[in-house]
Design a protein. Sequence first.
Length: 151
Amino acid sequence: MMSASHAVYSLRLHIVFVTKYRRKTLTSELLAALREAFAEILNDWRCTLIEFGGEADHVHLLVGIHPALNLSTLINNLKSASARQMRNRFADHLAKFYWKPYFWHRAYYVGSVGEASLETVKRYVEAQGTQENPARRPRGRRPLDPLLAIA
C-alpha cells in the first residue's frame, strides 16, 4: 500500500509491448537494457517497476502506479523513450530488422492486477523466456486467458 496526501492506494498494472511486425529483435542484452530504461522512466513518473520479463518479440512489465496518473500518456512515454534509447544504443543490431526507425508495435495490452492474483501474474512475467515457457500458441487461435491476448 502506498499513500499520498489524501489517499491510500495499491494500483498495479500488467503491461505488454510487442515489437513492430513481431520481429524477434530482443536479445538478452537488449532485454537487460530495456529493464533499466523502463525502471528509470517509471521512476521519473513516480511509479515503480515491480517485475520485468520478455522474449524475443515482446516484453511484460508489472508496474506500480499512483492514482493521479494519465495512463495513456505514461504508456506512450514508456514506448517512445525506451524505443529511442534502444535505437540509439543498439542501432547496428536493429538495422538488420528495421529500415525505418521502428521498434514497438503501436498496440499494447494493459490490465489491472489485484492483490489476490499479484503472485500469479508475477510468476507468469518471471517465466517469460524460460525453459518452462517455450511453447507459443498456434497462429490464428485466440487464448482464453486475457493475459495472453497479445503475448
